[in-house]
Design a binder for this molecule. Structure first.
Ligand SMILES: *Cc1c(COP(=O)(O)O)cnc(C)c1O
Length: 408
């Protein structure tokens, strides 16, 4: 009998995960250059060489976020830590925060406001629809004492994109700071922090940036920092208190705060270098191009999109599961027999939709074709008749049309 204190009788082999094609809501595939960067030797978090890399990371992130904010850096923790850091620093007990909810992540923002002792005023939109700016205007008129507006730019649970520029402008006119979730949008579709005038913006490393999970790039405006510095009470989280984190990431004279996840940061540095080499506009165009092919294929299979066309995110394609088709059987077969991972529906959409992510390095033609080819094989076996070759042919046609457009 094994107890915790004895060596297992049978040797435990090294863990070698199988190769997958990651087409879910993140994590996404890693570029080989990012994989190589992750495996480099460990150096101390105060080593001048490491500190030099941190400065480059900040510059690369300013480019990705399109901002001049000096306070732009990766938080140690997944996207959820980015979200929580924004709320625990900006929301003081008693603050009124207008939260726009049109999916899972807006709901988490409400939870964050309440745990900070704030009062959430909720602007509801249907799941699958973008946030309605008029509803935000109305909520701010009804609550002139609101201090903050929070919304999700790219709602990963449905694939809906909201108009961040308009929502931030409405917040500013009402003298509110904005907290914006760009976890799924950064690197995949336009995020323009300075143009939007957004105040506290966070993202994640494992979605369109295609790094390992566990880092949350974030950026803060001068107004956001002023609000943190003017707090009447201490931030209740020691780890996330920006005024303390800044002694490590912000200052010229660095002091220890926590041990930075060095190798993950090497990976992010390389992932951001890849993004800069490609260029943001080209990366956004690539996401649109492969989305168009995937969309043509999914529609040829008779799968209907959840989100109206004008609000669709290219990197997150949510479609309704046809009546009578078993969600889990299809997803399990795709994974086990075709090594394709796709996303399930969350909350009220569980069992009702599939989510096809095309994020970062996952967003490539071979992956679009692999997913569509696998679906052509799997769907007939679960009672949804499709002609072999129909989806892949539609995708090829969509790619061909784009070549024709490009050729003028
Ligand atoms: C994935 C995601 C998060 C949470 O990120 P984690 O890295 O899973 O903690 C937050 N917001 C949105 C919109 C996301 O897609």
């Amino acid at each position: 009998m094994n107890t915790a204190s004895t060596i297992p009788e049978r040797a435990i082999g090294a863990f070698h995960p199988p190769r997958r094609i990651l087409l879910g809501p993140g994590p996404s595939d890693l570029h080989p250059r990012v994989m190589a960067a992750l495996g480099q030797t460990v150096v101390g978090y105060m080593d001048p060489v490491f500190v030099g890399m941190m400065e480059e990371l900040k510059a690369l992130l300013r480019y990705a976020f399109q901002t001049g904010n000096p306070l732009t850096f990766p938080l140690s923790g997944p996207g959820s830590v980015g979200m929580e850091t924004c709320f625990v620093n900006l929301v003081e007990p008693g603050d009124k925060v207008v939260v726009c909810r049109n999916g899972v992540f807006g709901g988490r923002m409400i939870e964050n406001v309440e745990r900070c002792g704030g009062k959430a005023v909720v602007v509801e939109d249907e799941w699958g629809k973008p946030v309605d700016p008029q509803k935000l205007e109305d909520a701010l008129k009804a609550h002139p004492d609101a201090r903050i507006v929070a919304f999700v730019h790219a709602e990963t649970s449905t694939g809906a994109q909201s108009d961040a520029a308009t929502l931030c402008a409405i917040a500013r006119r009402a003298n509110c700071l904005s907290i914006v979730d760009t976890v799924t949008s950064l690197g995949g579709s336009p995020v323009k922090v300075d143009e939007w005038g957004a105040d506290a913006v966070y993202s994640g490393s494992q979605k369109c940036l295609s790094c390992t999970p566990g880092l949350s790039p974030a950026t803060f405006s001068a107004a956001a920092i002023d609000k943190v510095r003017a707090r009447r009470s201490k931030v209740q989280s020691w780890f996330m208190d920006l005024t303390l984190v800044l002694d490590y990431w912000g200052a010229t004279q660095r002091t220890y705060h926590h041990t930075a996840p060095g190798n993950s940061l090497y990976g992010l540095h390389e992932a951001l270098r890849l993004l800069a080499e490609e260029g943001l506009e080209n990366a956004w165009a690539r996401h649109r191009r492969h989305h168009a092919a995937l969309k043509a294929g999914l529609e040829a299979l008779g799968l209907a999109f959840v989100v109206p066309e004008e609000a669709r995110l290219p990197q997150m394609n949510a479609v309704r599961i046809p009546d009578g088709v078993d969600d889990l059987t299809v997803r399990r077969t795709l994974l086990q027999e075709h090594a394709v991972e796709i996303g399930a529906g969350l909350g009220p959409l569980a069992g009702k939709i599939w989510r096809f992510g095309l994020m970062g390095h996952s967003c490539r033609e071979e992956n679009v074709m692999a997913a569509l080819g696998a679906l052509e094989q799997v769907l007939p076996a679960v009672g949804h008749a499709v002609a072999p070759g129909s989806a892949t042919a539609a995708a090829h046609r969509a790619y061909a049309e784009q070549h024709l457009i490009a050729a003028g």
